[in-house]
Design a protein around this ligand. Sequence first.
Ligand code: SF4
Length: 170
Amino acid sequence: MCCKLLPVRELAKPAGAWCQHCEPGTGCRIYPERPQACRDFFCGWMLNGEVAAHWRPRESRMVLNFQATLKRTVVHVDPSRPDAWRKPPYHAELQVVATRMAEAGGYVLIACGVNHTIMLARQEFKLERMVPSDKIVISRRPGPAGPVYSIKLVPDEADMQAAADSAAQL
Ligand code: SF4
């Protein structure tokens, strides 16, 4: 599932589409020469023995990606099952994780193809036109009924430079 759900920048492979090098049911045809992004990625379900069996990507249609340095858990959802994360028991479990992460200054990011949603405690925020390289900046301030969040997307500087360079060449 990770070879379908995750984007791979080196291959210009978008999220939610099978990699051209993947042989479903068999594996990677270019495994010894696979890109660095593929070498660096480890499925959260396989990494963490405490994650319940029903999160196995083949059944859940989701791939977990724990990104501790970014204080977030990314849930990559199969676009052919876009509501997988909203179904029981997944949604309630994600709310528990999102609440715990929000208390520690983090969040849960639901990524389904080009659609992204942030879960912060029990609140959900849809992100418009987000690309994988965008940086997510979340600010919190106290409100009468709990924290009030505001979310901003900051484009990657390298991407902006590349876009400016290609525009200059036209
Ligand atoms: S290059 Fe191989 S490991 Fe990487 S996404 Fe494609 S099939 Fe998967």
